[in-house]
Design a protein around this ligand. Structure first.
Ligand code: MN
Length: 725
């Protein structure tokens, strides 16, 4: 562990002034005083005063050229969580912007992530970004993590491992994605050291053994390269780097290589002033050293998918050591730095860049600009963006992070976990509290689903679920449930019909006869046929026709022709000598005693009585096999029946009062009334009146027609309200 030099406030101020000469350093001074007072008396496990930590974090942030608000927030980042400091105080002294940053960090510090799965890690990274609202929060968090990693030695071994794993899974990739390559490398190296101490030491030892030789070698190699360029009068920069320990380790394990087989242990990078110079330098390098076949890549002529441009070539140097050269122009270099995020992500995930990556390339550009270039509020505002406006990240009770589309509800969450969890969804607790069914999940919510085995999807759930996944599951369930129901119903209807005609089920309704009838009717199988009967698009009689031998069918048909439905006083219906049928009056025409009527046999719903003149009977294209003659029983008792009447009036004001008085005078009751203005004075009056029979109705209609200002009065048998069954 390298010893960390203590940071003084003056150094932070100086560093800020360097990239932002007119910076509001008062904010930083104030934050220092505030945090020092809050953390007074607290010490870190290292024995240092607690304040040393926020100071180091703030100093790291000056390397990212952060603005005074972010530096101030960094100094106070642990005050809300670990001290008595009051958010209201921070707001009143430093303003809402700084408070938002500190609160953002406090929120993140309360999260712990349990799973190590790669898909989980990706969700966690996105959740951190989504929860931050302001990219400065993530950057401060990364600086915080970096300093914590640098001082990890003071923690117990168990914690060291846990934090290192989290760093490896979450924070190093996050730094990488934001284009903060140096932070990524340092985080990985420290985490590697704690997670795999043996492997770390081994690579460290191997590097140390060769350090002197490598230093001498690379210095000489770079000098030779510069000389070559100088002789040809090519301007450019030559630099070099060692691969970081963790990178070496990965290469060794992933490609099963020995340490000495890693040819890119040292990389030389040459940045020229022009594209043409790149090829000139390449010529020089290849003339001086032998290129290794198969290790030459011209990404200038053929840029990578993410627009990365550079020449890569590995050569055999004078000492026999292989070295990779990267040659590019300064323009290409800038572009490649911009594209770093997409580039690394492509390598990590082994999939092409996605829309997210475009976001990150843009973020990287912002960070590269640095706050020193343009300190306008506009720039700060661009950091406060929503990186994932279309997604929301929530926790399961086991602390796994789930990504859902924005607007998702707990029901969507349940279906996202498991179909059965969704199908038995009863409700949910969010952050321990019950929420309404249409609650929209927010980033960081902990969602616990309550279930019941009695609970099943209902149509209304489609109003609550917003994800296509959840909706598809609900629709699938409903479709299936409906199918089960229609099959059951179809079977029952045929059975009832057979029984009614005294036919033996065992003889006429078997698997074989069923299938034969289905095929004869052109259906794929009996199931499809039963389903059709169940949903009323096929009549049981049509099936009976195919099912029964010819002479049996004739018997059935003859009997049926003689049936007449008789509507009796108890609103039962009589069909021939069968008494137990259900009866309903059609809602469309509302026949009243006296109206000529027809019975319509509806599958599973008994007999529906329509007026013979009902327009909806025609629109139903009623299957003639289902129509039965019907008549009112002469003994029918006076039963009140609702009837719709439409009155067109010339004199709207007061009309309802006059009409109601007239109808009351006829000893009838108005069940409902709607008045619609058709012009300034004219209007329609739509009434439902309860009457005894046709005579009663006629009397009412005549009375209303006789009133002043009435243009027309008619009974409505409205096909628009026709019932389908
Ligand atoms: Mn901290």
């Amino acid at each position: 562990m390298q010893a960390l030099r203590a940071i003084h406030l003056e150094e932070i101020i100086e560093a800020v002034r360097e990239y932002q000469p007119d910076a509001e350093v008062d904010k930083i001074l104030g934050a220092y005083a505030f945090a020092s007072a809050a953390h007074k008396g607290q010490v870190r496990l290292s024995g240092e005063p607690y304040m040393s930590h926020p100071m180091q974090v703030a100093f790291i942030l000056t390397k990212m050229k952060m603005d005074p608000a972010a530096i101030a927030a960094a100094l106070m980042h642990d005050t809300l969580e670990d001290t008595e400091a009051d958010p209201a105080q921070i707001r009143s002294i430093f303003g809402g912007e700084v408070l938002l940053l500190v609160e953002g960090l406090t929120k993140l510090s309360r999260l712990t992530f349990a799973s190590k799965e790669e898909s989980q890690a990706e969700n966690v990274r996105k959740m951190i970004l989504a929860m931050s609202n302001d990219l400065r929060v993530v950057l401060i968090k990364l600086a915080d993590r970096l300093h914590n990693m640098r001082t990890l030695d003071f923690l117990p071994p168990q914690k060291q491992k846990f934090i290192s794993q989290e760093t490896m899974d979450i924070y190093a990739p996050l730094a990488n994605r934001l284009g903060l390559h140096w932070i990524k490398v340092e985080l990985e190296n420290i985490a590697f050291k704690y997670l795999m101490p043996f492997e770390y030491k081994r690579i460290e030892g191997l590097m140390k053994e060769r350090q002197e030789e490598l230093d001498k070698f690379i210095t000489s190699l770079c000098a030779q390269t510069r000389d070559l360029m100088l002789m040809e009068k090519i301007m450019g920069q030559v630099s070099w780097r060692f691969k970081h320990f963790y990178g070496i380790y990965r290469k060794m394990t992933e490609q099963n290589l020995d340490f000495d087989q890693i040819y890119d242990l040292i990389g030389v990078r040459i940045i020229t002033n022009s594209l043409l110079d790149c090829y000139k330098v390449l010529g020089l390098v290849h003339t001086k050293w032998k290129p290794i076949p198969g290790k030459f890549k011209d990404y200038i002529a053929l840029p990578k998918e993410n627009m990365y441009q550079s020449i890569h070539t590995t050569v055999l140097t004078h000492t026999g050591r292989r070295v990779e050269f990267q040659i590019r122009s300064s323009q290409m270099h800038r572009n490649s730095e911009d594209g770093v995020a997409a580039h690394f992500r492509y390598k990590e995930g082994k999939r092409p860049p996605t829309k997210d990556d475009e976001n990150f390339i843009w973020v990287k550009r912002l960070l590269d600009l640095g706050l020193s270039v343009d300190n306008s509020e506009e720039f700060i505002d661009t950091l406060k963006m929503d990186l994932f406006p279309n997604e929301v990240y929530v926790f399961t009770p086991k602390q796994e992070v789930k990504a859902l589309p924005a607007g998702a509800t707990p029901l969507d969450f349940a279906y996202g976990i498991h179909t059965q969890l969704g199908n038995h969804f009863l409700g949910a607790l969010v952050n321990g509290k019950p929420v309404p069914p249409d609650y929209q999940l927010r980033n960081g919510d902990v969602v616990e689903v309550l279930t019941s085995n009695e609970q099943h999807p209902v149509r209304d759930w489609l109003k609550i679920a917003v994800t296509s996944h959840g909706r598809a599951k609900i629709k699938g369930y409903l479709r299936n449930a409906q199918k089960v129901e229609s099959l059951r119903l179809g079977n029952e209807i045929v059975e009832n019909e057979l029984r009614r005609h005294g036919l033996d089920l065992k003889a006429f309704w078997t698997k074989e006869t069923m299938e034969a009838a289905a095929v004869a009717l052109g259906f794929k199988n009996a199931e499809v046929m039963l389903d059709r009967i169940g949903i009323s698009s096929l009549s049981a009689y049509t099936v009976l026709h195919k099912l029964l031998p010819a002479e049996k069918w004739r018997e059935v048909e003859n009997r049926r022709k003689n049936y007449i439905a008789s509507v009796t006083e108890n609103l039962g219906v009589r069909v021939g000598d069968i008494h137990d049928m259900l009866i309903r009056f059609a809602g469309c025409c509302n026949p009243v005693p006296g109206d000529p009527i027809l019975g319509y046999i509806s599958a599973g719903h008994g007999l529906v009585i329509h007026a013979k003149s009902c327009p909806s009977l025609k629109s139903l294209e009623a299957d003639p096999e289902r129509l039965l003659e019907a008549r009112w029983e002469t003994a029918a008792k006076k039963q009140l029946r609702p009837v719709r009447i439409l009155i067109k009036s010339l004199n709207r004001p007061g009309i309802l009062a006059r009409v109601s008085a007239a109808i009351a005078g006829c000893e009838a009751n108005i069940a409902s009334a709607t008045v619609t203005a058709t012009s300034a004075i004219e209007g329609d009056l739509d009434l439902t009146v309860e009457i005894e029979d046709l005579n009663h109705l006629q009397r009412i209609l005549e009375t209303v027609r006789g009133l002043d200002g009435i243009r027309s009065v008619e009974r409505i048998m409205d096909a628009r309200r026709a019932e389908k069954r």
